[in-house]
Design a protein around this ligand. Structure first.
Ligand SMILES: Nc1nc2c(ncn2[C@@H]2O[C@H](COP(=O)(O)OP(=O)(O)OP(=O)(O)O)[C@@H](O)[C@H]2O)c(=O)[nH]1
Ligand SMILES: [Mg+2]
Length: 304
């Protein structure tokens, strides 16, 4: 029996559905050590109406979270992370930011979706997102129950992973984008101000030949233990000009670059006074306190 290639379109713990040129196939994984997630491109051996995944092909990206005890891969070969929030139930801005940092680390583009725009508390929720929109992250506001048209252009050409807390409306968005999908959704609990963890597995839905959208179970936290201090600092786009200014300092030994260096240095200084950068320093120091104390960000902060 020869190996066939396919793409994992649904992941239920250790069981998977793989899309192959001959149709979708329920599959298991060979051995205990092969890690397979939704979005993976795999090689499998077909056995009647089922298959066994034997090889995971190299991944362009792997989005995962990890704490001190375990790591959890969420999806592979994603090109865009769409963090879904809504005014109700309330959402954690720290969780949104952590998702975005994990995506930056993997070179994945991020998009913010403010769903349930029909709710009267939406302007206040929009205000909270300023933290990320002011540093360039795109935002789409919509109501999945009435019209998902504003989202469509942002999905084109991407494999987009919908991520976010339970009850934000990820699966409702899937049902609106894919009318036949019929994904189960559920009212959030007003008493607990939280969703009901309705979706329990990750599933990829094809939008067209170049675009797909993945629904995922709701998150309560997103630990970034796998990012060391350097990787974490790089993931904060607010720090980009600090890297620029370090490069400028090196370039300043070359007088013909002096004007450019002065310009860069001015930009870096203005960014340093900007509140989004001090906020990023505070967030970084909270996530990696020991690295922060030893960092040039901390030394600069002490001087100012
Ligand atoms: N008012 C309003 N309610 C919405 C909207 N979109 C979704 N909802 C409701 O929000 C609730 C939760 O939606 P789900 O789609 O199940 O949320 P989810 O993010 O998939 O939740 P999990 O699967 O638990 O992670 C449901 O009662 C939806 O009807 C919207 O645009 N406006
Ligand atoms: Mg869901």
């Amino acid at each position: 029996m020869t190996l066939q290639t396919g793409r994992v379109i649904a992941a239920f713990s250790r069981r998977f559905i793989v899309e192959t040129p001959a149709g979708s196939l329920p599959c298991q994984v060979k051995g205990r050590h092969l890690q397979v997630v939704c979005g993976d491109r795999v090689e499998l051996r077909r056995d009647g109406d089922t298959g066994v995944i034997e090889v995971v092909l190299p991944r362009a990206s792997l989005l995962y979270r990890s704490d001190a005890f375990k790591s959890k891969a969420i999806a592979a070969n994603v090109t865009q992370l769409a963090v879904v929030v809504a005014a109700r139930p309330s959402f954690s801005m720290e969780l949104v930011q952590r998702c975005v940092l994990a995506a930056e680390d993997q070179g994945i583009a991020s998009l913010l979706i403010l769903n349930k725009a029909d709710l009267p508390e939406t302007p206040a929720a929009r205000e909270r997102l300023n933290l990320l929109t002011r540093i360039g992250y795109p935002l789409v506001m919509l109501s999945a129950l009435s019209d998902v048209t504003p989202l469509r252009p942002a999905l084109h050409g991407h494999t987009t992973l919908l991520i976010g807390q339970s009850g934000m409306g990820k699966s409702t968005l899937i049902n609106a984008l894919f009318p036949g999908a019929d994904v189960v959704t559920a009212e959030y609990s007003v008493a607990l101000d939280s969703g009901r963890h309705t979706t329990t597995h990750t599933r990829l839905h094809r939008l067209d030949a170049e675009s797909a959208v993945i629904d995922s179970p709701g998150l309560q936290e997103f630990a970034l233990q796998h990012l060391d201090a350097g990787a974490l600092a790089h993931a904060f786009v607010e720090f980009a000009l600090f890297w620029d200014s370090a490069v400028s300092a090196i370039a300043s030994t070359r007088p013909n670059r002096a004007a450019d260096c002065r310009k860069r240095s001015r930009r870096a200084k203005s960014i340093r006074r900007d509140s989004s950068c001090s906020r990023a320093c505070a967030d970084f120091s909270k996530m990696r306190p020991s690295a922060y104390k030893a960092s040039s960000f901390a030394r600069r902060g002490e001087q100012s």
